[in-house]
Structure formats: structure tokens, C-alpha cells
Design a protein around this ligand. Structure first.
Ligand SMILES: Nc1nc2c(ncn2[C@@H]2O[C@H](COP(=O)(O)OP(=O)(O)OP(=O)(O)O)[C@@H](O)[C@H]2O)c(=O)[nH]1
Ligand SMILES: [Zn+2]
Length: 359
């Protein structure tokens, strides 16, 4: 499926278009392997139209399937037969753990063993990257396909995760900040239409020496609202202040809200935390891994900015390891222990116990 002319979409452009379609509730055509749509955005009309095309399969991640006690035959995912009488609320209840505790019995769920799981896997990956609940409704190749659907190849969707995004600088300007007057904000845009990320350069860091650096993941609740449930806001302030005091530094503000699951899903995770689950369990019940961030982005942006070596402000050793694995030297890890309160003590303890963070 090569672009017909330089004006036609490339594989990654088609994938990004497919993400937009899935968010609107449109099915995506998996070339030669049927249609897939996101349960979260599905309407009753579209469900009826998909059902008319053939038997339906619901794909869930193995994490979600484990919570639902559905058998997992496909490693990282389960394909579940959708009964003929199943309606949208049946599908939604399997996709969304909000009411799991109130209505635990959803079965019997019959998982499929036969057939190719690759189309389901491709659909789940796309839906995750669209920041929707990871649940896909699939229908096998119908005879006549509706016109105008975005077509992607299953192999392309599966390979996409292996291809690091490349970024272009878009614009930059001086932004004096409370924490550091000599600030400059740079905007970077990926080549595939995905999210932009930002770099805040403080002073004029010497590119030949390790720079004081922070890879900060977006946290609307912590950074903007001053939420006490996490330590993000105080970490952001403390990092910029330290860079201001030392006269130089670089803070990457990575738009990977909620450790890469998006703000809507993070609020679902918070609701589950109010039901008694910890931050890791909540992600798993939703069907996500505890961390869905692409850690290569930080390394790519540092290189774009001309940095090869950093003194990294973090309590997360996985971040240092990721930078090293992607060609950035971490000469020192600088701990960033601020903003601790009774509201986030359990959260930080869980991250230390389950995600390898240093307390
Ligand atoms: N899914 C989810 N994301 C959360 C939760 N609390 C905070 N976040 C997100 O977690 C990200 C910050 O990650 P952390 O795990 O706190 O820290 P880190 O970036 O891995 O490590 P540090 O460099 O030490 O801060 C931000 O994107 C937040 O939006 C939560 O309960 N669930
Ligand atoms: Zn936070």
C-alpha cells in the first residue's frame, strides 16, 4: 500500500489518521483482515451496522482479561466472542472497569483460540495510542466494505511502535519565569502528526558538559491544579528553580499525561484508586501497563538540542537507563524529593515497591 503520489499518505500518516477516526467512533479498515473500531466511541447505530457484516469479536488486553477472569490464549491479549444478543452496554461494561465492583459477574466469556490474533493486536495498539479504553470491536472481512474508511496494514500498525518518532523544531522564544528569568521555550513537532513536546532551556548550557536536565511527564492535575495526589507540581517547580539557581539547565515537558494513557484514562484510574486500588492496579484494571510512556522521545529531543550528556533530575532509575540505551550519557542522577504529603505517601510507596522508584 505505497502512497500513489508524494501527496498520498505514508504508513505513519495513515496510522495517525486512523487514530483520529477511532476517536470519532469510525471503524478502521485492516487491509484484507476486516474492520476494527474502539468500543469507547462506538454508537448503537454503528454497532448494528457492524453486526450486519458478520460475527463480532471483542479484543481486550491480557491485563483487562485477567480482571474479568477471561481466558487469555494470545499472550498479551484476549479475543472474546460477542454473543448475538450483546448490546452496547455489555461491550462498555467489559471495556470499562468503573462498575466492576458493583457488577462483578460479566460472563460467561468465551475466548477464541483459533485464527490470527494480529488484527486484534494492531487495533488495540492503535486504540491505546489514541488514549481510549483499550478495547476493540472487530469484524472479519466483509464482502462489501463501506466507502471512505481509512485503511491500514496490520503489519504497519504492529511495526509502528518500533520506529522512533523524529522531531523538527517549530518555534522558540524567550519566556522569563518566576523560577528562572533566563528561560527559552522550544516547541518540537513529530513527523507523524502525534503530540508536540516542549523543551525549556534555562540560561545558555554548555553543550560540551553534562547539563542539569529533567524529563518531566505532563501532569495536568499536579502541574496546573496543584493536586496533592502526586509530587509532579513541586518537582516541576523545584527542577526549574534549581536550573535557575545554577544558571543553566534543560527541562523537557513531555506530553505523556498519566504515564502515557491520557488524562481521560488517568481520571478513570483515579476513580479506581478511590475504590481502593493502588496506582499500578488501577492501570492494570483499565487494561494498561503501569507505564505506557515512550521513553525514547526524551533522548531524541536532547540530541536535537545538541546535548549528549546529562545530570538527570529523577527518582526513576528506568529513565536513566532509557537515556543511556538511546545514546545519552547520564553522568549523574540527581534526586528530586519534594512535594511529599499525607495525600501522596501511599502513591509514592507503591511506585517504590512496584515500579522501581527510589524513595
Ligand atoms: N496512570 C497514572 N498516571 C499518573 C498517576 N499519578 C501521576 N501520574 C502521571 O505520572 C507521570 C509522572 O510519573 P511518575 O511516575 O510520578 O514519575 P516519573 O516521571 O516516572 O519519575 P520522576 O522522574 O522521579 O518524577 C505524569 O505523566 C502523571 O500524569 C496515576 O495514579 N495513574
Ligand atoms: Zn502528577
Amino acid at each position: 500500500m505505497k502512497p500513489i503520489s508524494p501527496l498520498g499518505p505514508s504508513a505513519s500518516e495513515r496510522l495517525n489518521r486512523a487514530r483520529g477516526d477511532l476517536r470519532m467512533g469510525l471503524p478502521v479498515q485492516l487491509e484484507g483482515q476486516g474492520l476494527a473500531t474502539a468500543v469507547e466511541a462506538l454508537t448503537p447505530d454503528r454497532l448494528a451496522a457492524l453486526r450486519a457484516l458478520g460475527p463480532l469479536t471483542l479484543a481486550l488486553t491480557a491485563r483487562r482479561a485477567q480482571t474479568l477472569k477471561a481466558r487469555v490464549y494470545d499472550g498479551d491479549l484476549a479475543r472474546i466472542r460477542v454473543p448475538e444478543e450483546a448490546d452496547l452496554s455489555w461491550l462498555r461494561a467489559l471495556a470499562d472497569p468503573a462498575d466492576d465492583l458493583r457488577m462483578p459477574m460479566k460472563g460467561p466469556l468465551i475466548s477464541l483460540r483459533e485464527g490470527d490474533s494480529a488484527p486484534a493486536r494492531a487495533a488495540i495498539r492503535l486504540i491505546k495510542s489514541a488514549h481510549l479504553l483499550p478495547a476493540a470491536l472487530l469484524v472479519d472481512t466483509p464482502e462489501t466494505l463501506p466507502e471512505g474508511l481509512t485503511a491500514i496494514r496490520v503489519a504497519e500498525a504492529l511495526e509502528a511502535a518500533d520506529i522512533p518518532q523524529s522531531f523538527a523544531p517549530v518555534s522558540a522564544a524567550r519566556v522569563p519565569m518566576r523560577a528562572a528569568e533566563a528561560g527559552r521555550l522550544h516547541i518540537f513537532r513529530p513527523d507523524n502528526g502525534a503530540e508536540e513536546h516542549y523543551a525549556i532551556e534555562i540560561g545558555k548550557p554548555d553543550r560540551s558538559k553534562p547539563v542539569l536536565a529533567r524529563l518531566h511527564s505532563a501532569c495536568f492535575t499536579g502541574d496546573v491544579l496543584g493536586s496533592l495526589k502526586c509530587d509532579c507540581g513541586p518537582q516541576l517547580d523545584a527542577a526549574l528553580t534549581m536550573m535557575g539557581e545554577q544558571g543553566a539547565g534543560v527541562l523537557l515537558y513531555l506530553n505523556q499525561e498519566g504515564r502515557g494513557i491520557g488524562l481521560a484514562n488517568k481520571m478513570r484510574a483515579y476513580s479506581l484508586q478511590d475504590q481502593g486500588f493502588d496506582t499500578v492496579e488501577a492501570n492494570h484494571r483499565l487494561g494498561f501497563e503501569d507505564d505506557e510512556r515512550d521513553f525514547r522521545i526524551g533522548a531524541a529531543l536532547l540530541k536535537k538540542l545538541g546535548f549528549a550528556s546529562v545530570r538527570l533530575l529523577t527518582n526513576n532509575p528506568a529513565k536513566s537507563a532509557m537515556l543511556e540505551a538511546n545514546g545519552i550519557t547520564v553522568s549523574e542522577r540527581v534526586p528530586l524529593k519534594v512535594g511529599r504529603s499525607r495525600h501522596n505517601a501511599a502513591y509514592l510507596a507503591t511506585k517504590a515497591a512496584k515500579s522501581g522508584h527510589l524513595l
